[in-house]
Design a protein around this ligand. Structure first.
Ligand code: BGC
Length: 727
């Protein structure tokens, strides 16, 4: 009976399926559905799929445009600034009902380090050296976003950045290509999972392809000078890793690279991305990047800009109004080949099918309580904040086990909004835990907290200095909380100096007159020049911009409940004048000369630096054999002992160097890292399985890999081990 019923149902379904077009049949493979739909589309319908407008008022102050309230029925995508499923559904329904073929729109939004549960900025996340935790944070971000009507995020940003004057260093994973690659892959996996059609995942977008982090002198949107060699060995590896991790879209960059703007570069967009890396997703322009080709001097008007960008391989126009206005004419005139148009449309449709939008164009409505700030999401926020903070200095004052009176001073002390960092999406000030709140919870009755703001972030007003000095003098220790406003980082937020404004320096000087120990807590979106603050501080903790749950982890570190484990993913220069300064520089012709006359040429805190409350002893670095063969892996090991009294998590960073090569390689390159908890007294042998083709080889200026015979070194801390690769 049941079998009979089932048969009838199946036959009925098949009969019905015959009546529906192939593209509407979810049982057919995506590629068949794409081809079927494409074949039904008119030129104008195809062109509209390649445009993205905004819906409502933009929340990015740098991108001004009139709000669009009536969307064309065939539009491909919108940037969605709301978090209401109802509004999304209303808009989606209108578009689908009014369009001839009923193609759903894809809704994008900048979800950079969390949606409503705001996590630490990406630069801080890299300092955790914990990609699994970063993946989990991205997973939460995806869930909150998708449940709020966002299908697609413009993230991760994986622009290797070595100039902290550039405001966007906060959005990426620091100065190292490998670290960017690892955190990129983790984030993509967190956003996308295994199935984009799962209503809790969203599409990722690798940005800004490529080399945006090389902006001259840290000025945003400007020219970048990048040789093909550096493009391949420094700027492209994170993108390749992101594509390998399955990222379904890519955003082109604003910057001009050595004469060719990235948004009109066929080499990057087509040759490398689509041909060599076989990326089958699409490229969206950065906001306005197509029409800005005029300002960059390579297009006379919007039509020519559309031609340059589209023929280079840029598929979707984000708020340029170039493709909607000119692409159809360019196709009719034969300037844009029909195959190129079809290729771009295919890519956009593919994403929509993969996201399951044809089957589920609408977002199920849910309450905010069901979506946001769930206990598990907050636990990840707290854990991630804890692991991102870096102890930069400790002259024995930390942890604060004995303090009975703690002065909490400075513009960051009770700050909430600025702890969110740039691109905080739907983060809310009232949901942020300040440093002061964290200290109150942590210390409870154990210590009395005295508060004085002291001064503002900038300006001249010293009226609060006396109160600050009085608080510091009355206390056993001062926690001095200095730093940056959140809008000093992010897009269009370059600074000519990475030192804090003079007023904050002066406050530190006043507080130090108390004669009491000073613990400096820094919140910023970039490495800071703390050369003048460092001598005034007995301890320094870099807390970054930790998102909504930084207060308690910071307080836990100060109190000694938490052993700090963050390590810098970007160098802290001694002064702005040292920039660019990064660990994997190419060797100098005269290593012992060429230093600054008046300043050390070494950074204040190097890449990978970070202190702990325990000590780790590194044993002998060993390999199974001293020689390594092509096509064969070799394991190298190092035992590490937690020789102190406190449990802690240690990150072992594995570098490789190739001192003689036909292309001068960096002095050392990070190839692997592992973070692991070590109980007091515990020894663990860390290992790295070297794959010579992957870890010892090198690219040339056209992306060809080669592996030369000769000597290589594996480097861990101050240990070095020679390995020889035979012919
Ligand atoms: C930024 C992108 C961002 C886009 C959309 C642009 O100005 O450069 O990173 O994704 O705006 O908001």
């Amino acid at each position: 009976m049941i079998a009979g019923l089932l048969l009838c149902t199946t036959l009925g379904a098949q009969a019905r399926k015959k009546d529906i077009p192939v593209y509407r049949d979810a049982s057919r493979p995506v590629e068949e559905r794409v081809e079927d739909l494409l074949a039904r589309m008119t030129l104008e319908e195809k062109v509209m799929q390649l445009n993205q407008y905004t819906l409502g008022r933009n929340d990015n102050a740098n991108n001004m445009a009139d709000p669009v309230n009536d969307l064309p029925a065939e539009l491909g995508s919108v940037i969605y600034f709301s978090m209401s499923a109802e509004l999304r559904n209303y808009v989606q329904k209108r578009v689908m009902e009014r369009s001839r073929l009923g193609i759903p729109m894809v809704f994008g939004h900048d979800v950079i380090h969390g949606f409503r549960t705001v996590y630490p900025i990406s630069l801080a996340q890299a300092c955790s050296w914990n990609p699994e935790l970063v993946r989990q944070a991205a997973e939460v971000a995806a869930q909150e976003s998708r449940m709020s009507g966002v299908d697609w995020t413009f993230s991760p940003m994986i622009d290797v950045a070595r100039d902290p004057r550039w405001g966007r260093v906060s959005e990426g994973y620091g100065e190292d290509p490998y670290a960017n690659a690892v955190f990129c892959a983790a984030t993509v996996k967190g956003y996308q999972g295994d199935d984009l059609a799962d209503g809790r995942r969203m599409a990722a977008c690798l940005k800004h392809f490529a080399g945006y982090g090389a902006s001259e002198a840290g000025r945003d949107y400007v020219y970048t000078e990048i040789s093909r060699q550096t493009l391949w060995d420094t700027y492209l590896p994170p993108y390749q890793a992101g594509i390998e991790a399955g990222a379904v879209t890519v955003m082109s960059c604003f910057n001009n690279i050595s004469g060719t703007p990235g948004s009109a570069d066929p080499y990057l967009l087509t040759e490398v991305l689509k041909k060599r890396w076989a990326h089958d997703g699409f490229v969206v322009s950065d906001w306005g990047a197509i029409e800005q080709l005029r300002a960059q001097g390579v297009a006379a008007d919007k039509k020519q800009a559309a031609d340059r960008a589209f023929n280079a391989g840029l598929d979707m126009d984000m708020m340029n109004r170039c493709y909607d206005a000119h692409l159809a004419d360019l196709v009719r005139e034969g300037v844009v080949p029909q195959e190129r148009l079809d290729d771009a449309v295919r890519r956009v449709l593919r994403l929509k099918f993969r996201l399951g939008l044809f089957e589920n164009p609408y977002t199920p409505e849910s309450s905010e309580e069901e979506r946001f700030l769930l206990p598990g999401s907050l636990r990840i926020a707290e854990q991630l904040a804890e692991e991102t903070m870096v102890l930069l200095k400790n002259e024995g004052v930390l942890p604060l086990r004995e303090a009975k009176k703690i002065a909490v001073i400075g513009p960051i002390a009770k700050e909430r909004w600025h702890l969110l960092g740039a691109w905080a999406s739907k983060g809310r000030t009232e949901e942020v835990e300040s440093v002061f709140m964290g200290l109150e919870k942590e210390f409870g009755e154990r210590a009395e907290l005295l508060y004085a703001r002291g001064c503002d972030f900038d300006g001249e007003d010293r009226a609060g200095f006396a109160e600050a000095l009085a608080a510091a003098t009355a206390a056993d220790v001062t926690v001095l909380c200095l730093g940056e406003k959140r809008n000093w980082s992010g897009e269009n937020a370059s600074r000519s100096t990475i030192a804090l404004p003079e007023i904050q320096q002066r406050l530190a000087e006043v507080v130090s007159k108390s004669g009491k120990p000073v613990v400096l807590v820094l919140s910023s979106g970039r490495p800071l020049d703390v050369s003048r603050l460092e001598p005034l501080s007995d301890a320094i903790v870099q807390m970054w911009q930790p998102g909504i749950r930084g207060g308690r982890p910071l307080a836990g570190i100060l109190a000694g409940r938490i052993n700090p484990s963050g390590r810098l993913a970007i160098t802290f220069p001694r002064s702005t004048g040292q920039i660019p300064i990064y660990y994997c520089r190419r060797p100098s012709a005269r290593p012992h000369q060429g230093k600054y006359q008046e300043l050390s040429s070494e950074p204040l805190y190097e890449f990978g630096y970070g202190l702990s409350y325990t000590t780790y002893d590194y044993g002998e670095l060993k390999a199974e054999t001293a020689s390594i063969e092509r096509g064969k892996k070799l394991t190298v090991t190092i035992p590490v002992t937690n020789s102190g009294a406190m449990d802690g998590a240690e990150t072992v960073l594995w570098y490789v160097s190739d001192p003689v090569c036909r292309i001068a390689r960096p002095v050392k390159e990070l190839k692997h890292f592992e973070k692991r908890m070590l109980r007091s007294g515990e020894t663990h042998t860390f290992s790295f399985e070297i794959d010579p083709e992957r870890d010892l080889s090198f690219v040339d200026g056209d992306g060809n890999r080669f592996l030369e015979a000769g000597d290589y070194y594996v480097i861990v801390k101050d240990r070095k081990l020679k390995l020889t690769l035979a012919e």
